[in-house]
Design a protein around this ligand. Structure first.
Ligand code: IYR
Length: 224
């Protein structure tokens, strides 16, 4: 490797094989208990929990370590309502014309429609933006790399962190999401990646049966 500033690796725990398999299976089972929900309760969630989960998400690897993400955390009822209004406007157009028959058929088992009451009800919405520019200094100038990949990984970690904290999420993607820049006051050089809805499930919340069908290992992996 070329010369570069470096420090010794610390904090890497060497786990024995048996323990490794056990831990891997425990984590798998824990992740399998995660469900995407759409019926949220208005029960409050402490801001500190969301803060720590975002810090966990921000440990994600990223292109050239530029960390090209921004998490706009919305708790204000007024802003949540503006987001709901804007999202429902886009969603009405999506369901009425833009989606097309194949997409609508794929959504049928989920039971989704243009009504998005959870955007008012859930205590927190997290709009996750990818930054085309900024570098590690966030100078708004340097080019960032693999932005979508980096933000996708960070979002996955955030969903896992929130699940581990005992919170439920919905990975919501109103289409298009340009309105989030304006409402969240984000520059044009940022692009909304997803709107994460966070909170507790409502009493009697349901999930679509369809969502329980996960592909088996044999269908998702090949071993060469
Ligand atoms: N954004 C729409 C439609 C939608 C699309 C997909 I792909 C989904 O997995 C779920 C919903 C909506 O939120 O209703």
């Amino acid at each position: 490797m070329k010369q570069h500033d470096k420090v010794p690796l610390t904090g890497f725990a060497d786990v024995a094989s048996d323990e490794m398999v056990l831990r891997a299976r425990q984590f798998r089972d824990f992740m399998k208990s995660r469900r995407t929900i759409r019926d949220f309760s208005d029960r409050p969630v402490p801001r500190e929990a969301i803060e720590a989960c975002i810090e966990a998400a921000a440990t994600a690897p990223s292109g050239a370590n530029h960390q090209p993400w921004h998490f706009a955390v919305i708790g204000s009822p007024d802003l949540k309502h503006r987001i709901r209004e804007a999202a429902e406007k886009e969603e009405r157009a999506f369901y009425a014309e833009k989606a097309g028959t194949e997409w609508l058929a794929a959504l049928e088992p989920l039971g989704t429609d243009p009504e998005k009451p959870f955007l008012d009800i859930a205590p927190w919405l997290i709009a996750i933006f990818g930054q085309k520019k900024g570098g590690i200094e966030n100078d708004g100038q340097q080019k960032n790399y693999y932005v979508t990949e980096s933000v996708g990984i960070a979002t996955g970690l955030l969903i896992a962190a929130l699940h581990s904290a005992g919170l439920a999420t919905l990975t919501h993607t109103p289409n298009p999401m340009g309105f989030l820049n304006e409402i969240c006051g984000r520059p044009k050089s940022e692009r909304a990646f997803v709107l994460l809805v966070v909170g507790y499930p409502a009493e009697g919340a349901t999930v679509p049966k369809h969502a329980l069908r996960k592909k088996p290992l044999s269908a998702i992996s090949s071993w060469l």
